[in-house]
Design a protein around this ligand. Structure first.
Ligand code: OAD
Length: 253
């Protein structure tokens, strides 16, 4: 059962906020049927993280890595955004430039739901990056990329345009995210375990960069590492809680 008094409190904070920023994680897409990361003993759909989500894993066995991401691309073909994604798109519609959506998700479901300005700090499974010339290309998930896709420009091996462990976040996107967090007067943390850095550092940035700092609202099925830092923690599925908050703001999802 969602605590409705917290929903009302969250809506009141958003109503009076000057700038709103949101950090989302895998939990937002869970109700669409996309598995979260930390559910199964450190394995991602049966694979070790080091094998499928590090540059050394890719160097060692690019075919395995591509098989892994091609399967995830294939699975996404039948996936649609859920009411949580839609609620965030509608919040952007209401707040315009005073709203920033920062996501750790690579699935592109926020954009599918209608979100326009999405800072994908961990990249996108719908893009490729050439390992040689650095060309970034759109790779819609309906497209069959093949076992070891090659760059159309220089014929070298492509990789998914995803930030792997031990890699830097794209600097321009990360700086924009940090700025949005520091300017926010309300900061939503939705469906993330908040254990992966630097993404999780956006929460203390939002809280501490300026005085008095943002009011932090967390929406998650369970308490997380950052719950104690939040002003409100609403326990419940984001696909239910976010539309309830929007309803309080007079917006039907
Ligand atoms: P995690 O799998 O670590 O955490 C998912 C969070 O979502 C957990 O806290 C769950 O309790 C919560 N959750 C699950 N279902 C939910 C629902 N319906 N509504 C609300 N919350 C729900 O995923 P992330 O925090 O996104 O990085 O993981 C962060 C990063 O770790 C990922 O972006 C990925 C991974 O390594 C890279 O690939 C670089």
């Amino acid at each position: 059962m969602v605590d409705f008094s917290l929903v009302k409190e969250a809506a009141a904070i958003l109503e009076s906020a000057v700038n709103v920023a949101v950090l989302t994680g895998a939990g937002v897409s869970a109700e669409s049927g996309v598995p979260t990361f930390r559910a199964s003993e450190g394995l991602w759909e049966g694979h070790r993280v080091e094998d499928v989500a590090t540059p050394t894993g890719f160097q060692r066995d690019p075919e395995l890595v591509w098989r892994f991401y091609n399967e995830r691309r294939q699975n996404l073909r039948s996936v649609v955004p859920n009411p949580g994604h839609v609620a965030l798109a509608k919040l952007e519609e209401k707040l315009g430039d005073n709203f920033t959506l920062i996501t750790q998700n690579i699935d592109g479901l926020h954009q599918k739901a209608g979100s326009k300005n999405v800072l994908e700090i961990h990249g996108s499974i719908r893009k490729t990056l050439c390992t040689h010339c650095g060309l970034i290309a759109h790779a819609p998930i309906e497209m069959d990329l093949g076992d070891l896709p090659r760059c159309l420009d220089c014929s070298h091996l492509l990789r998914p345009k995803i930030v792997w462990f031990h890699e830097m976040l794209p600097i321009d996107i990360w700086e924009t995210a940090q700025f949005a967090a520091s300017e926010a007067t309300a900061f939503l943390v939705v469906g993330t375990s908040a254990v992966v850095f630097p993404a999780a550092s956006l929460i203390p940035i939002a809280k501490m960069t300026r005085s008095p700092g943002a009011r932090i609202i967390e929406i998650n099925l369970a308490a997380t590492e950052v719950s104690s830092m939040c002003d409100i923690s609403i326990l419940g599925p984001s696909g239910v809680v976010l539309p309830l908050i929007l309803k309080e703001l007079g917006i039907e999802v």
